[in-house]
Unconditional design. Structure first.
Length: 191
């Protein structure tokens, strides 16, 4: 998701877009290489910033392409811009995959507490929901899942609008809190 956008202040010459785009792309490449060399650095933490640099590089090339009257130069700049956008999207996807894996691991630990009958009162929010799903699985004598992820749904008006839910091995679960009482919460599958 791009957060910044280049704005044209005055007329731009095509080579200005290429120069700025090239500088931004080099910086992005250098920073990516630097972070990848650090074993403990996670793409989930630094990938978004590098992706923003790549998006800005793409915009700079696109600005140069729009200022160019030559088809060859415009096509070359547009191809470069598309390549930078694809690199940025790939980095964002890699970061999201790392975040999802970490979240799944955390939720599986909470699930285990519920599944094994341990005290779940220490869990809050998404972890509590995972623990309640664990209790439901234990009651139904179901095997433990391989992965759990929280799915956030943009709220819509209406009774039948989709809800945030846990995705447990491709099965959706929501947690209900009757009367708003957390202690009475229970999990149930949804279609």
């Amino acid at each position: 998701m791009q957060k910044f956008e280049l704005k044209r202040i005055t007329e731009i010459a095509p080579n200005c877009g290429e120069s700025l785009g090239e500088l931004l792309a080099r910086l992005a490449t250098h920073e990516e290489e630097r972070f990848r060399a650090i074993e403990t650095a996670s793409v989930a933490h630094w990938g978004g910033n590098i992706a923003q640099l790549l998006y800005l590089a793409a915009e700079a090339y696109e600005a140069g392409a729009s200022a160019s009257i030559g088809h060859n130069r415009s096509d070359r700049y547009e191809a470069a811009a598309q390549g930078f956008r694809q690199r940025a999207e790939k980095l964002e996807a890699e970061g999201k995959a790392q975040r999802d894996a970490r979240e799944s691991k955390r939720l599986l630990k909470a699930f285990d507490d519920g599944y094994e009958g341990r005290d779940i009162k220490r869990h809050a929010f998404d972890n509590r929901e995972a623990a309640l799903v664990g209790q439901l699985f234990a009651q139904a004598n179901e095997p433990k899942p391989k992965r759990i992820n929280k799915v956030y749904v943009q709220r819509q008006l209406g009774k039948d609008s989709p809800r945030d839910h846990l995705l447990v091995d491709d099965i959706k679960f929501v947690v209900e809190y009757p009367g708003g009482r957390i202690a009475d919460g229970f999990a149930k599958p949804i279609a």
